[in-house]
Unconditional design. Structure first.
Length: 108
């Protein structure tokens, strides 16, 4: 994982995501999930492309059950965009980068 993509878990989710002054893109994933691994480079690119305007954070659903349950994560990868501590967009599946860019730009 690069320095541009952070990590959050059950204990750090509030600080890293909900209290973030920047819109935060959260990638709910697991190490055994092939589509999640395929999505990882796109998350890295988005973090680089939107540096200073967007925070990108990964949440390992195997290790962070409370957060995954709180947001009803039933399929991974699920990517949620948080703004002001609230979910403003939710995307399920490993979609092309352009889809994520369009979604992010609507909320910046």
């Amino acid at each position: 994982m690069s320095q541009l993509v952070g990590e959050a878990g059950d204990t750090s989710f509030k600080t890293e995501v909900l209290d973030s002054p920047l819109p935060t893109l959260v990638d709910f994933w697991a190490p055994w999930c092939g589509p999640c691994r395929a999505l990882a480079p796109i998350m890295e690119e988005l973090a680089a492309d939107f540096t200073g305007r967007l925070k990108v954070v990964k949440v390992n659903t195997d290790e962070s059950n409370e957060v995954a349950m709180r947001y009803s994560i039933r399929s991974i990868p699920t990517v949620m965009l948080f703004k002001g501590g609230q979910v403003v967009e939710s995307i399920v599946g490993a979609l092309p980068k352009r889809h994520f860019v369009d979604t992010i730009q609507k909320h910046l």
